[in-house]
Design a binder for this molecule. Sequence first.
Ligand SMILES: Nc1ncnc2c1ncn2[C@@H]1O[C@H](COP(=O)(O)OP(=O)(O)OP(=O)(O)O)[C@@H](O)[C@H]1O
Ligand SMILES: Nc1nc2c(ncn2[C@@H]2O[C@H](COP(=O)(O)O)[C@@H](O)[C@H]2O)c(=O)[nH]1
Length: 215
Amino acid sequence: MSNLDELKNDRRGLMVVLSSPSGAGKTTLTRRLLADNPNMAMSVSATTRSPRSGERDGIDYFFVTKERFAELETQGEFLEHAKVFDNFYATPRGPVEEALSRAQDVVFDIDWQGAQQLTQAAADDLVKIFILPPNMRELEQRLRTRAQDSDAVIAKRMSKSENEISHWAEYDYVIVNEDVETALAELQTIVAAERMRRRRQMWLGGFVKTLVNGG
Ligand SMILES: Nc1ncnc2c1ncn2[C@@H]1O[C@H](COP(=O)(O)OP(=O)(O)OP(=O)(O)O)[C@@H](O)[C@H]1O
Ligand SMILES: Nc1nc2c(ncn2[C@@H]2O[C@H](COP(=O)(O)O)[C@@H](O)[C@H]2O)c(=O)[nH]1
């Protein structure tokens, strides 16, 4: 690694928030983004909803009872929390603060309520991205193809999708996820550009000082 590459490691981590109506592709896109970015961590949420088949505790979510959720909330262990589709969801504070202190970027798959709360708490570090489906028929089709939720749950999620979409203009970027590869490339472009923002490159001040002093 060159001297310059080492210096460039001194930057503030990003808090990348992805929101969308259920089924638009946040989980799919975040998994791909994380696979391509070793210096990026996923914020694993706590939830009171039951695990879907294949979901693992501590990896996809921390699955907790309503009582435990309330206890953690009272203890101030959450950065944000919200009720979504009859279940409670929250972002545990500790792992996010630890990852950011190691200059890692952190990705959040959370709804508009959570995004609003993080905006209050950490606006400077946030990059908020809204994912739209190409059309509502395709959105429903994706929920059905995922084959993880009952018809009633899918109907509930579809009925709430318009409300979630109504928050699209609160986000810095909007990606229409028609083709996964195109959407992923757009997401990568956003992350790369946000990492380059001057205020996030803490090494630049010292570098410029050395530069103008003939270094
Ligand atoms: N561009 C795409 N084209 C076709 N199918 C897609 C596309 N993106 C995602 N999918 C599929 O749509 C389904 C829903 O995607 P995913 O679970 O990533 O959505 P989500 O936004 O995370 O949903 P939720 O909010 O319910 O967690 C999955 O089966 C996924 O494979
Ligand atoms: N405000 C928060 N919203 C969250 C969090 N974790 C997930 N979510 C959102 O809930 C819905 C449903 O998720 P699912 O896994 O049951 O399909 C989805 O919109 C997620 O983005 C969280 O910690 N806080």
